[in-house]
Design a protein around this ligand. Structure first.
Ligand code: EPU
Length: 418
């Protein structure tokens, strides 16, 4: 079993380059099978979610070539096979093969997706969207069978602006007959990235990034290329580390507009940053004021940064409150942070954090991806040694995290242990 070991207390100086966004890449890879020729995706992060999606592409007989961070995918000869639980349950984004295979072959057999256990992650909006396009859905034991004689565009409204449902319905609709309109669509930058990719192939998608997306079906999707956008959540995680330990720490390859809610909050509480065109230089704050955050859909404060923020809040002088409104169980890091010296109480989906408390190294476990990222931040600021178990969750989503942090002065390593 791999574990991360951190000796805390070292300042971070130098440059951390941000990789392609996990939550874009995991949708762009399945989207590729809609293409009738070979496609290329640039800046794909080397994370285990990538490898697990490639395993599904290979099951489907797609030809995949990896050249550094460029992925070439040729789906001309794909064979539509049942996606087994072993492959599907490794990550959440396996569910994008539902929309992609439905759009391409009008038939999908797929076991339930996996992913971080951060609440009851239903997929009823995805299924409602597929049905609106003319599909029928059968749920058998642990798998879905989704099929259609033909897919016909329709008007769809989501009760909640779901990222996954918006992308999945876009994938199913690009080759449908006629026009599909998604109302109350999610507006996250990752959705724009996927729409750009499909439009580069010849799809006709308008309005991605707004709450109304219109998709005019096309018959053929040609050779195309797209670059994965920089990961705003990875960037946010390192920026939070910079607020605690930075000495001219420069986070490069960022789209600052994707980080507005975080940067504005950090500015409010006294963090010193120099915001450049494509990078942010950050220095640790001498004194941090307490603050409140409520997670919201984009452009509100991202749920995926809520857990890292709880660590920052432990170092603010006073009581901070974090309210999570998107996922029902995003406090997996709290018992471990408390075991390290934090003073956090959780009621419903609100964390009340009393600071400033020193943190001490301990033996802790990553219960999910962002909980794991929080424990890394905690380990970096703690006195003594922190051991993080179950780091597979972290490696699913942060490319080369140990190398990136070592390069800027952190004392962090991965060890193999029974
Ligand atoms: N929801 C439903 N029904 C649905 C779909 C969603 O009730 O059919 C509910 C969910 O239960 C959840 C909320 O709506 O409470 C948000 O779901 P959404 O579909 O927006 O999220 P997702 O597609 O499951 C993606 C990211 C998450 C990120 C959310 C919100 C991927 C693979 N995952 O999840 O990323 O938190 O959007 O931005 O893109 C992470 O990276 O740590 C992570 C969890």
């Amino acid at each position: 079993m791999q574990k991360i070991i951190i000796n805390g207390g070292h300042n971070l100086t130098g440059t951390i380059p941000i990789s392609g966004a996990k939550n874009s890449a995991v949708a762009l890879i399945p989207a590729s099978i809609l293409c009738d020729e070979e496609t290329s995706i640039l800046s794909v992060p080397e994370i285990s979610d990538r490898d697990n999606l490639i395993a599904i592409l290979k099951l489907l007989n797609a030809k995949v070539t990896i050249d550094n961070d460029t992925l070439k995918i040729d789906s001309k000869n794909i064979k539509n096979k049942s996606i087994t639980e072993e492959l599907s349950s490794k990550l959440r984004a396996s569910y994008y093969f539902m929309g992609a295979l439905l759009g391409k072959c009008k038939y999908v057999e797929i076991a339930l997706p996996g992913g971080c256990k951060i609440g009851n992650r239903k997929i009823d909006f995805h299924l409602k969207g597929f049905k609106a396009l003319g599909a029928t859905i059968t749920e058998e034991e642990n798998k879905y069978i989704i099929k259609a004689d033909k897919l016909v565009g329709n008007k769809i409204y989501f009760d909640f602006a779901s990222v996954g449902a918006t992308i999945n319905v876009m994938l199913a609709a690009v080759k449908a007959e006629g026009t599909t309109v998604i109302n109350n669509a999610a507006k996250e930058p990752e959705i724009v990235n996927v729409a750009t990719y499909l439009n580069n192939m010849g799809a006709k998608i308008r309005g991605a990034g707004t709450s109304k997306i219109t998709i005019e079906g096309v018959k053929y999707l040609h050779k195309a290329m797209v670059e994965v956008i920089p990961d705003r959540i990875e960037a946010g995680t390192y920026i939070i580390m910079g607020a605690l330990l930075g000495q001219n720490l420069e986070i490069t390859n960022v789209i600052k507009e994707h980080l507005t809610s975080l940067l504005s909050k950090l500015n409010d509480i006294g963090v010193k940053m120099t915001i450049k065109e494509n990078s942010i230089i950050i220095n640790k704050a001498e004194k941090l004021s307490p603050f409140n955050v409520t997670t919201l859909i984009y452009p509100g404060f991202p749920t995926d940064l809520a857990q890292p923020m709880t660590v920052l809040m432990t170092q603010c002088e006073g009581i901070s409150i974090l309210e999570e409104t998107i996922h029902s169980n995003r406090m997996g890091q709290v018992p471990y942070l408390n075991s390290m010296g934090a003073d956090i109480t959780v009621r419903n989906q609100m964390a009340f954090i009393k600071g400033k408390t020193p943190l001490y190294g301990n033996n802790v476990t990553a219960s999910d991806l962002r909980a794991g990222a929080s424990l890394i931040i905690a380990g970096l600021i703690a006195k003594g040694t922190t051991q993080i178990n179950e780091i597979g969750h972290i490696l699913r989503g942060y490319e080369h995290i140990v190398e990136k942090l070592s390069n800027v002065g952190a004392d962090i390593k991965i060890i193999e242990e029974e």
